[in-house]
Design a protein around this ligand. Structure first.
Ligand SMILES: C[S@@+](CC[C@H](N)C(=O)[O-])C[C@H]1O[C@@H](n2cnc3c(N)ncnc32)[C@H](O)[C@@H]1O
Length: 180
């Protein structure tokens, strides 16, 4: 009886330590960078509709989180998706979700710092980052993407890009831009 009790206690401690470790992992990321906050499915749909994403077009999400935008872009719009994310755990999870959703062959999830890699070609760019990250990303986008490439941003704007229109969805504003 006492052995079962000790085993259960040990198991509970392992689970608890795992949860604390996970919270610390995401909390630390939120302090040094942008915290991971998932864009809801309905917002993603509106963002990609606003960008007029077409089948076969390439979409890239800078700071892809769990890959939600990319997976939806492929499933719902028939796009080809690429996500870059700094947290390994989220990259693994994105790949797993892509597999579960049957879109592994049309998605690429890369672990890394978006500022340390040359971004791949894209027709549509998505982002849900903070203003200070956007102002660092803006010159990178202008340098690497041709004029007319669509950029759709949730909440935080890109003041140096060509603003096309904004739309309010629930309490969020989504912005559509083009590379000037
Ligand atoms: C607010 S979340 C958005 C996640 C996803 N795009 C979505 O809308 O559901 C921002 C993500 O950007 C990632 N991130 C922040 N800075 C980054 C960087 N320099 N390189 C790659 N990813 C970054 C964070 O780890 C976080 O997962």
């Amino acid at each position: 009886m006492i052995t079962i009790y000790l085993y259960s206690l040990f198991f509970l401690m392992i689970v608890l330590m795992g949860i604390i470790g996970m919270v610390a992992y995401f909390l630390f990321n939120g302090i040094v960078s942008v915290p991971w906050v998932r864009t809801p499915t309905r917002h993603t749909s509106e963002m990609l509709t606003l960008a007029k994403l077409k089948p076969g077009e390439r979409v890239i999400d800078f700071g892809a989180g769990d890959g939600t935008i990319i997976i939806q872009a492929v499933k719902e719009f028939g796009a080809i998706g690429y996500g870059i994310e700094r947290l390994s755990l989220l990259v693994w999870w994105s790949r797993w979700l892509a597999k579960l959703n049957g879109v592994s062959d049309r998605t690429t999830f890369v672990k890394g710092d978006m500022f340390a890699k040359t971004p791949p070609p894209a027709d549509v760019i998505t982002s849900y980052l903070f203003s200070e990250i956007n102002s660092k990303l803006e010159p990178v986008l202008i340098k690497h993407y041709p004029s007319g490439t669509r950029v759709v941003a949730r909440v935080f704007s890109f003041p140096g890009l060509k603003h096309i229109r904004s739309q309010v969805i629930d309490s969020d504003t989504i912005h559509l831009y083009e590379i000037p």
